[in-house]
Write a protein that binds this ligand. Structure first.
Ligand code: NAD
Length: 480
């Protein structure tokens, strides 16, 4: 007889494993299907984020920042260390150890919450009396195919790198996120297609370690989704650091030979160019993972972009089948997937949670970091909304100066009449942590004056948020 569960989650990335944990906390009998194998061939929980995404990239960003500080910035503090020597093997091993610790951490959470890990690929095999049948391929040690039943199914299968036609990713010479996190040596010349989150983060890692990095971006605007003030400042900083960013680039043929990779491209003026590089990263977005899920067995069809259609509560068109994270509409962000996982588990339990998608923060972990929440000045103006803005530079903040992190600013946008915070945009060190205050403020519908009147520790980077809020309220920043 097949095992039956209250909830089966397919996929154990940040959306899926969190959904499983929350469902178990709420008293359900839960299983989670996951087939990921790490480069050592071991089955691993955590999905893209933990294995080949957020976590390893942050480890390499931190290591490469240390290297750059040692090479260029320790002298500013009166510390002479000589030229630092890179041990790339050790740096990659440190990253792998962090990944392993984190993925093993989820195994612990599964044991603690009595969640069954069904090892293998899960696919819908049909329906029964108020249950869904799910077949799990035999990737576990016993290799046996399992059939399980579930009252509720949460699809959390994530996404995979989008590849461009005619550009074959081998993760040796031409890499997506997976290969780009494991280059065995620093390439002399690194090409990147796509100046999005991955292109900028991994481009920064390898530039800091010594690569000459050229990024080709199709759009005419840099970081088109961000506020224009952020676009300008970020482009200025990244260019100053040595990233060569070409906008409006049209990619042509990409060829590889013994000398490396040759990318034919057309620049904004329509002139033909060639980028010769030792390695190429293709980071042009991601596509949802629905291959082999057997959606047709339960009457579900994906939309024209491959996403599973859901309502604002992540309900699919099949009763008691839910879908969360990268496989549905909305930003492809781990924390959005996590929040959807919690929401769905609580909805199954009869609670009434909801997500305000306008309050999901974005972060790019470059240096300076870029983070934002809510709408940009340009979006609000195009909606005809009367707004006021306040901007305050880190250069006028004592803590930032002490840290040697005086680049960038915080910009607060508020409603002209009510002073409600509508968007907060940060370029600067620690933006990923600072943005959390803005998210909280917006979730509570705070006014800019509310942020300005709250006591902030001195000296701290968070004072810049307060000053920008005061500047938005009625131009009354105290230190400018
Ligand atoms: P992205 O959507 O952030 O950026 C892709 C970029 O490639 C865009 O600027 C796009 O205009 C450009 N592009 C698309 N086609 C192109 C072409 N043919 N030629 C040149 N440029 C082209 O995607 P990504 O950087 O690949 O990241 C994938 C996903 O992973 C994103 O959704 C991102 O949110 C997520 N991610 C998030 C983080 C984070 O939160 N810090 C980090 C890494 C990845």
């Amino acid at each position: 007889m097949s095992q039956s569960y209250d909830v089966v989650v397919i996929g154990a990335g940040p959306g899926g494993y969190i959904a499983a944990v929350r469902a178990a906390q709420l008293g359900f009998k839960v299983a989670c299907v996951e087939k990921w194998r790490n480069p050592q061939g071991e089955l691993a929980l955590g999905g893209t984020c933990l294995n080949v995404g957020c976590i390893p990239s942050k480890a390499l960003l931190a290591s490469s920042e240390q290297f750059e500080n040692a090479a260029h910035h320790l002298a500013d503090h009166g510390i002479a260390v000589g030229a630092p020597k890179l041990d790339i093997g050790k740096m990659l091993a440190r990253k792998d150890a962090i990944v392993s610790k984190m993925t093993k951490g989820i195994e612990f959470l599964f044991r603690k919450n009595k969640i069954t890990w069904l090892k293998g690929h899960g696919r819908f095999a049909g329906t029964g009396d108020d249950v869904y049948r799910i077949e799990v391929s035999g990737d576990g040690d016993d290799k046996a195919v399992q059939l399980v039943e579930a009252k509720h199914v949460i699809i959390a299968t994530g996404s995979k790198a989008r590849h461009l036609p005619g550009i074959e990713v081998d993760n040796e010479l031409i890499c997506d996120n997976e290969g780009a996190l494991a280059l065995p040596e620093v390439p002399k010349r690194l090409g990147v297609i796509g100046a999005g989150v991955i292109g900028l983060e991994l481009g920064s890692v390898w530039r800091r370690l010594g690569a000459d990095v050229t990024i080709l971006e199709a759009l005419p605007n840099f970081l088109a989704a961000t506020d224009e003030a952020v676009q300008k400042e970020a482009k200025k900083q990244f260019t100053k650091q040595g990233l060569k960013i070409h906008l409006g680039a049209k990619i042509g043929a990409v060829k590889t030979d013994k000398k490396g990779v040759h990318v034919a491209w057309t620049d904004e003026q329509g002139d033909q160019q060639t980028l010769a590089c030792d390695r190429l990263i293709v980071s042009v977005g991601r596509v949802p993972n629905t291959d082999g899920l057997g959606l047709d067995a339960i009457g579900l069809v994906v939309d024209e972009r491959g996403f599973i259609p859901v309502d604002q509560h992540c309900r699919t068109q099949a009763a008691n089948v839910w879908a969360i994270g990268d496989v549905v509409r909305g930003p492809m962000l781990a924390h959005k997937a996590e929040d959807e996982g919690v929401m769905v588990a609580e909805l199954i339990a009869g609670q009434k949670p909801h997500i305000d998608y306008n309050c999901i923060p974005w972060v790019i972990y470059t240096a300076p970091e870029v983070a934002w929440v809510g709408k940009t000045e340009q979006q609000l103006k195009s909606e005809g909304r009367a707004i006021k803005t306040g901007q305050f530079p880190f250069a006028a903040n004592g803590r930032a100066l002490g840290m040697g992190a005086s680049d960038g600013f915080v910009k607060v946008i508020a409603d002209e009449a009510t002073d409600e915070v509508l968007g907060v945009h940060i370029v600067g060190a620690n933006a990923s942590d600072l943005i959390a205050e803005a998210v909280l403020a917006m979730e509570f519908k705070a006014s800019a004056e509310d942020i300005g009147r709250v006591c902030h520790p001195h000296p701290s980077m968070s004072e810049v948020m307060r000053e920008a809020a005061l500047a938005a309220t009625d131009k009354r920043a105290l230190n400018m």
